[in-house]
Design a binder for this molecule. Structure first.
Ligand SMILES: [Fe+2]
Ligand SMILES: [Fe+2]
Length: 263
């Protein structure tokens, strides 16, 4: 019997070319996580990297990441987060598919399912300060509208770095996707989105929002402590890192998370 499609979710790598004070080494963490994942799920079809690929969004960090990903034996689907820089990313990863407006989003077929990945990195002008909340502007929303129309007969999984719903952490809920309710209006109109996948919060969390189930995954580096109140979004602890495993069955979706030993 053919196996159901399955893929790995690895998020919030925060790769840096230089060591970062108080942060585990992102490269050795990624290496350890992927070795654990490939051994445990040898028939995964792809690895979804769910944004915050780098910490500083600089070319040097992307150049450190690229050969590492190029050497993997299965396809990698790359997404951007608030710590990324679209221009620097596209300079280094020039062959990654983008939409007609240059946003890093695509549709991937996995058996009968479609995996739709969105680019929620805010667009800001030259010299404007970093913004950590997420954005789906009218052009990206229209692209998603068209993607869901084209996939009208297929069950869809939508992945984006910023959760389009609250997760219960006051500091991170202030930095979620700004257009979360408009996003849910859109997917409700289509009716073919089965599951939402996000990163950004650095913690294993799941729930249902307006009838659509969702999962958020741990980072490969620092994790969100149990601190629901407060406005400091930079707090992290050294809980074990993890990755996700998503199974796409004919009659539903299974989402696992697996802690891995820190290198
Ligand atoms: Fe992150
Ligand atoms: Fe993030």
């Amino acid at each position: 019997m053919a196996k159901s499609p399955r893929f790995l979710v690895v998020t919030d790598l925060h790769m840096t070319a230089q060591p970062r004070d108080g942060c585990p080494d992102p490269e050795s963490r990624l290496r350890a996580g992927l070795a654990h994942a490939m051994a445990g799920v040898p028939n995964a079809e792809l690895i979804l990297l769910c944004g915050d690929l780098t910490h500083w969004g600089d070319e040097a960090s992307y150049r450190k990441l690229k050969p590492f990903l190029d050497a993997l034996p299965i396809p990698v689907v790359l997404m951007l987060g608030n710590h990324d820089d679209r221009t620097a990313f596209r300079t280094v990863f020039s062959d990654v598919p983008v939409d007609p407006d240059g946003f890093v989003q695509q549709v991937v077929s996995l058996g009968d399912h479609r995996l739709i990945t969105l680019d929620t990195l805010i667009v800001r002008g030259e010299g404007e300060p970093l913004v950590h909340a997420g954005e789906l502007c009218a052009r990206r929303m229209e692209w998603l509208d068209n993607a869901l129309t084209e996939a009208s007969d297929a069950p869809c999984i939508v992945a984006m770095h910023h959760p389009p719903h609250a997760t219960g952490f006051e500091a991170m809920d202030a930095l979620m996707l700004r257009e979360g309710e408009a996003f849910h209006d859109l997917i409700e109109r289509h009716g073919n989105v089965r599951y939402l996948l996000s990163g950004h919060v650095h913690r294993t969390i799941s729930g249902v929002h307006r009838g659509t189930p969702w999962a958020v995954f741990k980072s490969t580096v620092g994790q969100m402590p149990l601190m629901f109140e407060g406005t400091d979004s930079k707090v992290e602890n050294l809980d074990p890192p993890a990755f996700g495993i998503v199974f796409l069955h004919d009659d539903g979706v299974l989402v696992h998370t697996e802690d891995f030993p820190a290198a």
